[in-house]
Design a protein around this ligand. Structure first.
Ligand SMILES: N[C@@H](CCC(=O)N[C@@H](CS)C(=O)NCC(=O)O)C(=O)O
Length: 432
């Protein structure tokens, strides 16, 4: 039995889903609480310079969602089989999107703007996400009030946690969504969670060990599926999926939607966004849930649970990189003054780009990869995710990898893959 230590701040935030996963599984863990004033001392010692971090038998893992999925797989809460895992992941990633929206309100320091954002949370964001979650709940074939399958999974915990924030601003928010309300009740009545949920505070409660985790057998889907990817004319959030298809030599339909077509299509998509992947006609959403699903299908997700988490932390960090890039990109698009545009670019290139290069270098040095790969001795989505985000960064600064030889070598390794090479040579050149 592994020994776990969660390192996080004294509040719920991005650490709470990790705690809920331990609690639901009834698995004991230690917690090291870092007070904000102590944080500067620790920051540079953490793999991504952020928390939460989970120590598993002394080994440090980063990225809250990579950690939670790792634990969920370990404890049988990740969904049954590869498709089941993707259905869970779709909900978990949607909860992460919802939390990100909530944080805009939460982190605002100007009181007037905060009041405006709170109104937006109640009037727009909460009902919008309630609709999306209801859609996911109805289409995932869950029973016993669960999002996926017939027993509690990470999907139920993730929805529970984010809607706890929303319900704190409008306790009636789920009045018109009885299935979601029933799902929350199911979570609250779970015997492992009940006591914790009624007693938890914004600060930490140390959990007690209750029972051994259960493990599920994995059921593999047929590899004869037909695939249709639906996205816009961009790399952005679909490119990792395309790279996985390319590396696997798997044919698929790449359907490109333009701005005129999108409004009519939007309401037909599970989360109202793209990319969506249709697998034998079934719609899957959330780019990273899809990429991981395909990577597991084509054996590019890492061998075993720990390797999958090591891969996942790279993939999640690349997604953080994209999100930061996208914030910059939108500001830059809005800015008309060329000098100011140049300043924005300079700031991004000198701060964000080297920061991510440093973090990826730490990962490549510590993830046990061989032959220049991030993890294991062959290509995984970790290599492809880093390659893709640096395709974008290198367009801004062609020298971005000069001081990071291990990343440059890894990039070359990806490009030496014959199938990827062929794909990259043919793909359209997009700045995003
Ligand atoms: N977390 C989601 C975010 C998806 C997302 O933001 N999609 C954008 C394109 S990159 C979109 O569909 N925008 C159009 C819209 O929201 O109407 C994912 O990774 O799939």
């Amino acid at each position: 039995m592994s020994k776990y230590k969660l390192i996080f701040f004294p509040y719920r935030g991005r650490g709470e889903l990790v705690r809920l996963t331990f609690m639901a599984a009834g698995v004991e863990y230690d917690e090291e609480i870092i007070e904000k004033k102590e944080w500067p001392k620790f920051k540079s010692k953490m793999p991504t310079e952020q928390l939460p971090v989970l120590e598993v038998d002394g080994r440090r893992l980063a990225q809250s969602l990579a950690i939670t999925r790792y634990l969920a797989r370990e404890f049988g809460l990740a969904g049954q089989g590869n498709l089941g895992q993707c259905l869970v992941d779709m909900v978990v990633d949607t909860a992460a999107d919802a939390f990100k929206e909530y944080l805009k309100y939460h982190n605002e320091t100007d009181e007037d703007k905060k009041a405006e954002l709170q109104k937006k949370v109640v009037a727009e964001i909460t009902p919008q996400f309630a609709r999306i979650f209801q859609n996911l709940l109805e289409n995932n074939d869950g029973t016993n009030d669960c999002f996926v399958g017939s027993s509690l999974t990470l999907a139920d915990l993730a929805f529970y946690e984010v809607f706890t924030h929303f319900l704190g601003h409008n306790s009636e928010a789920l009045k018109d969504f009885p299935k979601l309300a029933a799902n929350r009740k199911m979570v609250e009545e779970n015997k492992n969670l009940k006591q914790y949920l009624t007693n938890r505070y914004d600060s930490i409660i140390n959990p007690r060990r209750l029972q051994q985790p259960q493990r599920h057998a994995h059921i593999s889907l047929s590899s004869m599926s037909t695939y249709k990817l639906i996205y816009f004319d961009a790399r952005a959030r679909a490119e990792l999926i395309r790279l996985v298809f390319a590396a696997a030599g798997q044919t698929y339909t790449d359907e490109i939607v333009n701005d005129t077509e999108w409004p009519a299509l939007k309401p037909k998509m599970p989360t109202g966004q793209l990319p969506v992947l249709e697998v034998d006609g079934k719609q899957l959403s959330q780019s990273l849930a899809i990429a991981r699903y395909l990577a597991r299908e084509f054996d590019m997700a890492g061998q075993g649970n720990l390797e999958q988490c090591l891969v996942d932390q790279v993939v999640e960090t690349a997604a953080d990189g994209f999100n930061e890039f996208y914030e910059y990109y939108k500001l830059n698009e809005q800015e008309k003054d060329t000098d100011k545009k140049e300043e924005l670019k300079k700031a991004f290139v000198s701060d964000a780009v080297p920061k991510f290069a440093r973090i990826f270098t730490t990962f490549i040095e510590n993830s046990g990869g061989k032959n220049g790969y991030f993890v294991g001795a062959k290509l995984t989505i970790a290599d492809m995710a880093c390659h893709d985000i640096f395709t974008t960064f290198l367009l801004l600064n062609p020298d971005a990898l000069n001081d990071f030889p291990k990343l440059a070598a890894n990039r070359q390794k990806v490009e030496e893959n014959e199938k990827i090479k062929e794909y990259i040579a043919k793909r359209p050149e997009n700045s995003i």
